[in-house]
Design a protein around this ligand. Structure first.
Ligand SMILES: Nc1ncnc2c1ncn2[C@@H]1O[C@H](COP(=O)(O)OP(=O)(O)OP(=O)(O)O)[C@@H](O)[C@H]1O
Length: 254
C-alpha cells in the first residue's frame, strides 16, 4: 500500500475564548488508512477533528493557531475556499442528519452546488455510485423519492456517508458515527468504513476502544488537549509507549 499524507498538522492550538482545548498537536493523516482519535471525554478529540475542515469557523470565539495543510495547501490560508474545503474534507456526525429532502436529493445536493454533473443522466450516475459505495443502493433504489428522514437510523447514517462521498472527497471525518446506532447498524457502518478506506483517508472519533481496534490502522490518543501518543493501532493497544495511554486502554480512567 503506497502511503501519502493527505493532512499534515503542525503545532496546532485551539482556543475557545480564553480556554485552550488543544495544545500543540502535530500529526500526519495518511490516505488509504483509517485513523482513530480516542481519549476520555473532554480531551479535545472532536475539537481537533472539527478544525480539520474548519467546522469550528462557525463557533464564536474559537481560534486556531499553527498550521494544517491538505495536500500541501494551508487550509486556513487566504486562498482556501471553505465550501471547496468541506467538499474535499467531508464530515459525518454523531447523529444522522439527512436534509429534509428525498433520498435522491440528499445525495444530489452537493454535486449540484459544486457543478459536478452535466445533466440528469450524469447526476443519476453519481447518485447511484455514491449510494452503492455507501452500501445503501439495494435498499433504496426503488424509493429514491422517499424522504431521507424516513429511513432507519443506520440507513440515514449510510445516506449521510453517500452524501459525503458524492462530491468526491479526499478525506472523510467521522465524529462518533455509530453512537446513535444499534449493534447491527454499527457493524454495517464499520464494514463500510473498511470498504471505503481504499479510496479516502478516514478519520474517526470514537469512544469505543473496541471500535478503534476493529476499524483503524492508526490510533491517536488524546488527553487534556494534548496528543499523548500516535502510532499503529496494534502497537497502541498492545504495547503503548506512554503510561497515560496504557492507563486509558486498560480502563484505569475514561
Ligand atoms: N463550543 C465550545 N465552546 C467552549 N468550549 C468548548 C466548546 N466545545 C468544546 N469545548 C471544550 O473544549 C474541550 C474539548 O472538548 P471536545 O468536545 O473537543 O472533547 P471530546 O474529547 O470530543 O469530548 P467528548 O468525548 O465528550 O465528545 C472541553 O473542555 C470542552 O468543554
Amino acid at each position: 500500500m503506497t502511503e501519502t499524507n493527505r493532512i499534515s498538522a503542525r503545532n496546532v492550538k485551539v482556543f475557545y475564548g480564553e480556554k485552550q482545548a488543544i495544545n500543540d498537536v502535530s500529526i500526519d493523516i495518511a490516505s488509504e488508512h483509517v485513523t482513530a482519535f480516542i481519549g476520555p471525554s473532554g480531551c479535545g478529540k472532536s475539537t481537533f477533528l472539527r478544525v480539520l475542515n474548519r467546522m469550528n469557523d462557525t463557533i464564536p470565539g474559537c481560534r486556531v493557531t499553527g498550521e494544517i495543510k491538505l495536500d500541501g495547501q494551508d487550509i486556513y490560508g487566504p486562498d482556501m475556499d471553505v465550501v471547496q474545503l468541506r467538499a474535499r474534507v467531508g464530515m459525518v456526525f454523531q447523529k444522522p442528519n439527512p436534509f429534509p429532502k428525498s433520498i435522491y436529493e440528499n445525495v444530489a445536493y452537493g454535486p449540484r452546488i459544486h457543478g459536478l454533473a452535466n445533466g440528469k443522466t450524469e447526476m443519476d450516475a453519481i447518485v447511484e455510485k455514491s449510494l452503492r459505495r455507501a452500501g445503501l443502493w439495494d435498499e433504496v433504489k426503488d424509493r429514491l423519492t422517499d424522504a431521507g428522514t424516513a429511513l432507519s437510523g443506520g440507513q440515514q447514517q449510510r445516506l449521510c456517508i453517500a452524501r459525503a462521498i458524492a462530491v468526491s472527497p479526499e478525506v472523510i471525518l467521522m465524529d462518533e458515527p455509530c453512537s446513535a446506532l444499534d449493534p447491527i447498524a454499527t457493524a454495517r457502518i464499520e464494514e463500510l468504513i473498511d470498504d471505503l478506506k481504499g479510496r479516502y483517508a478516514i478519520v474517526i472519533v470514537t469512544h469505543s476502544m473496541q471500535q478503534a481496534a476493529r476499524v483503524s490502522q492508526r490510533t491517536a490518543f488524546f488527553h487534556l488537549g494534548t496528543m499523548v501518543e500516535y502510532g499503529p493501532t496494534e502497537q497502541i493497544f498492545t504495547n503503548p509507549r506512554e503510561v497515560r495511554t496504557k492507563d486509558y486502554i486498560t480502563g484505569r480512567y475514561g
